[in-house]
Design a protein around this ligand. Sequence first.
Ligand code: ZN
Length: 213
Amino acid sequence: MIEALGVPHTEVELILVNGVSSDFSRQIEDGDRVEVYPRFEAVDVTPLLRVRDTPLGEMRFVADAHLGGLAHMLRMLGFDTLYDNHFQDDEIAAIAGEEGRIVLTRDRELLKRRAVTCGCYVHALKSEAQLREVAERFDLARSARPFTLCLHCNAPLRPVDKASVLDRLPLRVRENYERFSTCDVCGRVYWEGSHWRNMRRVLEGVECHGAAK
Ligand SMILES: [Zn+2]
């Protein structure tokens, strides 16, 4: 009934029926008063029953085809995020169900699917604002491991000696950087360049915002 009114189950944190906390299986009767709450930011509701046991474990995501920028930024922060701009809704729902991934999307209908137990409706349109939104909702600043994943393959990066990648580096990079890592899937080499600094700035913004609450 809640979904029929347009609210995906992934966006619901607490349901009260006649003032008593309930889950989605509760049958509604005539005259029942139903209150539906989103995720609480400032109010501690732990004594009440939440609709889902929270331990999400290691946070892993699958992003819909429109959220490529956000997916890259999450990878940059070290969060395993599947993304492919050919992903269909069916595939995303199946991956989420099979691999226990959190679905990131701006499509409410996708979040209403049964296979999707954890998801996040992303309100913002720009990827930096989207990252802040997702980081706050899942408290990502705490568990971020920046620059441990390949932005293209989502595979782990491995630190390498400068000497072993020297022939693959532009001259400017050879002169200015000392720390490098590589992706064993695509062979790309990463170094602490301007991309890196921009991401640190974004991440610091997320952390400051979180701390100010
Ligand atoms: Zn790669």
